[in-house]
Design a protein around this ligand. Sequence first.
Ligand code: GMT
Length: 374
Amino acid sequence: MNIGIVCYPTFGGSGVVATELGKALASKGHKVHFITYQQPVRLDLFSENIYYHEVKVSDYPLFDYQPYELVLTSKLVDVVKFEKLDILHVHYAIPHASAAYMAQHILKSEGIDIPFITTLHGTDITLVGKDSSFAPVITFAINESNAVTAVSESLKQDTLEHFNIKRKIEVIPNFICLEQYNLNVSIKELRDSFAPNNEKVLVHVSNFRKVKRTQDVIHIFDIVRKQLPAKLLMVGDGPERHHLEELCRELGACDLVKFVGKVKDTERILAASDVFILPSESESFGLAALEAMAAKTPVISTNTGGIPEVNEHGISGFLSNVGDVEDMATNTLKILENDTTLEKFKAGAYQQAKKFDINTILPVYENLYKSVIK
Ligand code: GMT
């Protein structure tokens, strides 16, 4: 198949899922065209069957706000026509689904039929989409998609609750490429570089937005480090970083917390850590938790949204109520109690991650594509 993928190219989960899906489809022989405003962070353009079409955003001084949806629509029309695409798969509804709808209708007027699939990822529904200024367009674009998928049962229910949806939403969970986590290189050196005295290593990966409750990560760590020697790795960057650094200073924990910044391939850092912390306020799936589990790192998380579909309480980690930092710290200490318990949770995390292997999920997407292509 000749597939167009529209996504955000940034470090966010939806862009990562779209990129990994495209790479896996390309490795199976499909031609995959990424259409977005910047090369997706995890995309390797030298891979066979992968193409990238940049959406040029206008900088005309009249526009205080650049009309991205329109330039994206025009680009979609152009790429569908000239690359002879069979299908468009848009990740994140805003504004990708309505741009795809518009492109579909422009192409129809020229006698070209192109179906589009919308994958809902989370904040397009739970945060942004619920905003009444977006709701009519989002509702319409979801209803007009040729197929709609959500990354968890929880997100599907949220969508049905908050929007007037008249079409079927299929749940296709996020996935990981387990092979990528079979690291041949030793992680000992990396671990020794930040935990030279065999301290336990806690890790958090996110875009440091408010919804991630990153301050809770620091508070959990502060409780844990008072019980046993520990270090914390904060991977990523975002609006909360400044407050987090201030909090570390207040708690006198600066020497124990390392802000690593944005990292493209997190596999080695995750594998070199003992426990992953995800105290989010809301999370439609929690891809970062799944990536940790694939690296055999158990997860301490909240029980919000789709996280319970990913992290199994008592097996791959533990779940707590949002904001209950005491409970999350207690659970972290339970996992770190002794090597046997830690190994048990590491094995549990990996077993759970196996359920989300790309080899299981990819055929589901391929079948969905076939079902909508006439
Ligand atoms: O979580 C983010 O801040 C990024 C966001 C995105 O759309 O890029 O992530 C959402 O999609 C991910 C991939 O499907 C999910 O794993 C995340 O749980 C979801 N984030 C939220 O629901 C807050």
